[in-house]
Design a protein around this ligand. Sequence first.
Ligand code: NAP
Length: 295
Amino acid sequence: MATESTISGKTKIVGVIGWPVSHSISPQMHNAAFREMGLDWCYIPLPVDIAKPDAISNAVRGLAALGLAGANVTVPHKQVVMPHLDWLTPAAQAIGAVNTIRVEADGRLSGDNTDARGFIADLREHGVVLEGTRAVVLGAGGSARAVVFGLAEAGCLSIAILNRTEQKAHDLAMDIRSFFPFCRLSGHAPEHLALMASEAGLIVNCTSLGMTPQVDTTPWDDAVAFHPDQVVYDLVYNPPQTRLLQKAASDGAQGINGLGMLIWQGAIAFERWTGQLPPVDVMRSAVEAIFAGRK
Ligand code: NAP
């Protein structure tokens, strides 16, 4: 990583576009990786005010003009950046959101979504078999779109999507079904949780319930017990042990929080920009050090 004293005209710059972005841990995670690899690269926060007209289009087009190598995109800009890009990967098109922009050699801008691959990479790292699995996904927002795409692409037999706003669950099922016709996708109201969960091998929380400061909330009905052979994945990683994961542990199910997904989506973006294999363990240590410091 380039430091204050080594940044030069040759230093390659990447960053994260969001609003706000001051809380993002991506700069520490990526700069640790650049340092480890001895790369003359630097990762910076790029706050783009959602309220300012034309701010996002100017910011995105400005990436190439300013000579940046690319950028991550986070809330609330993952969808609004899309019309300003020159082309999208199939994953970004299907998910309907971009979290990684690369400035190509000819100055054109490509948009990718590494959330789905990051999620699947973390599940595989935990030894979870996805082929032929029945999955239940709680939520139908932006992260659920990536998760459902990833699960369908990985070969899940069926995916039941449950969401407070039921129509969004149906819409998501229909959108992803058109890409993976052999995966049984269905949308439901949360009231069907007990029925849907009984046969599931994998349950994924893609709602914000349980996240700090709402640590007492959960997307789960506590009257419904998990089976010991079920895997419960919570995209929420702050706190690391949500109320949902506490319930999974007490029922004997395997629980996984979303920290690994965060690390892997960043690692895949790193590879997309630099063309080099990411030092995932270094990125993980950087992230874990931040959370240890916050305790
Ligand atoms: P989003 O697009 O705003 O979607 C939020 C989802 O939560 C929607 O399905 C929404 O239902 C549901 N929800 C919110 N409040 C609810 C409530 N009180 N009762 C029932 N359902 C509720 O957000 P997102 O981008 O998908 O993010 C969801 C969570 O995943 C966040 O906690 C985020 O930090 C986390 N996340 C983690 C990673 C990672 O790398 N680990 C990546 C992305 C996101 P409605 O549709 O009915 O509003």
